[in-house]
Design a protein around this ligand. Structure first.
Ligand SMILES: [Zn+2]
Length: 56
């Protein structure tokens, strides 16, 4: 019983660490995704104006 309780506690802290790592990974993915979207948007934006395409 006692060993199982200790094991469960260890598993919980391990899960929290993994969850933090996953959250950090998702955060980096979202940030880099937004940065890439901005670069792509700017490139398409310049292209649209180069072709005299009104966009705003
Ligand atoms: Zn524009």
């Amino acid at each position: 019983m006692n060993a199982q309780t200790l094991e469960t506690g260890r598993t919980d802290s391990g899960t929290a660490g993994i969850a933090l790592a996953v959250l950090a990974g998702i955060f980096l993915l979202v940030v880099s995704g937004f940065a890439q979207a901005t670069v792509l948007h700017d490139a398409a934006h310049d292209q649209r104006h180069a072709m005299a395409f009104p966009c705003h």
